[in-house]
Design a protein around this ligand. Structure first.
Ligand SMILES: [Zn+2]
Length: 337
């Protein structure tokens, strides 16, 4: 009896062991798409694995700015393999082993571009295969002219239509102030030679879908931003709090985005130079808009609509023009650095 069971047990152990070893996912194919913008490009690299990838850690930029290194947990690469890309923005992707459960993907971009942003996400399909999507925003090293001329800026006037945003003590709607400032900024940017795209120019919901949820609404704003391939995305909002004494300016960027951080600091500083308001600082946030747009993106809270003094400032058309001018100065500073 024992003699018959032992080989079966050994076989089962063998199968389990084999499963554990072959569990690691192997690369099936890589795809590469490019969307070109003004002095920028968004490169998407999609890597299909034959089984599940558990983690993707991008943004490990190597010694040069034109190399992206990505750690893939669950991927298994025995030998170095190379896939050549079209060479216009990225030359090749190299897969190499990196420890027991990790593999590393190295994407070599062309030297003329720097990686401004990068994101990684995993989509696991019903058949158990994982697709890793790496999104890189590439920007030229600067055209020497600096400045804002020729840049494409998306302006998002927060809220609108059925969504009023916060409401001030005298009944002012956030959505009306954000639109007024955005339109003023649009005018000023056009004068400076920038291309401006507004997510809305009237009091309306951005989504064309009737009764869209907040999630769909925000998603549609990101779709607008991505489709237009802009250089930066600026969302304008007003803050609000239960206590009327609280006031000040704060600007958000998506955590981990270096370019977003640089843009947020430039705009916050400029707003502080312009107004005698409390500096609440630059902060990171996980706002949907910031997380889901691949270009440097900020959300600025100009002041507190819940604070009566700041509400009065916000409704003045002179102040609205100054808010716009301060954001413009911040943008110019960002692009000239
Ligand atoms: Zn808001």
């Amino acid at each position: 009896m024992k003699k018959r069971i032992m080989p079966i047990i050994m076989m089962l152990i063998g199968i389990l062991f084999a499963c554990a070893v072959t569990h690691a996912a192997a690369v099936e194919k890589t795809e590469y798409t490019v969307r070109e913008g003004t002095n920028s490009a968004v490169v998407n690299v999609m890597i299909t694995f034959d089984s599940k990838i558990t983690e993707v850690v991008p943004c490990v930029v190597g010694a040069t700015e034109s190399q992206l290194r990505v750690l893939l947990n669950g991927a298994h690469v025995v030998d170095v393999s190379r896939n050549s890309l079209d060479g216009k923005y990225a030359k090749e992707i190299i897969f190499q082993p990196a420890g027991k459960t990790f593999a590393e993907a190295v994407i070599n971009c062309t030297k003329s571009m720097r990686i401004a942003e990068c994101r990684g996400e995993i989509r696991t399909q019903t058949d158990g295969k994982s697709i890793v999507i790496l999104t890189m925003s590439l920007a030229s090293h600067g055209d020497g002219s600096g400045g804002i001329k020729g840049k494409t800026i998306i302006l998002d006037a927060g809220h609108g239509g059925s969504d009023c945003g916060a409401i001030g003590p005298s009944g002012v709607y956030e959505k009306d102030i954000t639109l007024a400032v955005a339109k003023e900024l649009q005018k000023q940017l056009i004068t400076e030679g920038a291309n401006v795209l507004m997510t809305r120019t009237t009091d309306r919901d951005v989504s064309h879908r009737e009764g869209a949820s907040v999630g769909v609404e925000l998603g549609d704003r990101v779709v607008v931003a991505e489709e237009l391939q802009a250089d930066v995305f600026v969302s304008i909002h007003l803050n609000s709090f239960t206590s009327p004494d609280i006031g000040g300016v704060e600007t958000y960027y998506y955590q981990g985005s270096q370019e977003g951080e640089r843009l947020a600091y430039a705009v916050q500083k400029s707003l502080m130079d312009q107004f005698d308001l409390k500096d609440r600082g630059v902060k990171t946030a996980n706002f949907y808009l910031l997380r889901n747009s691949s270009m440097p993106s900020i959300l600025t809270e100009l002041a507190f609509i819940s604070n009566p003094r700041e509400e009065q400032l916000l409704i003045s058309s002179n102040a609205q023009a100054l808010f716009a001018q301060a954001i413009l100065t911040g943008l110019k500073q960002y692009f000239s650095a």
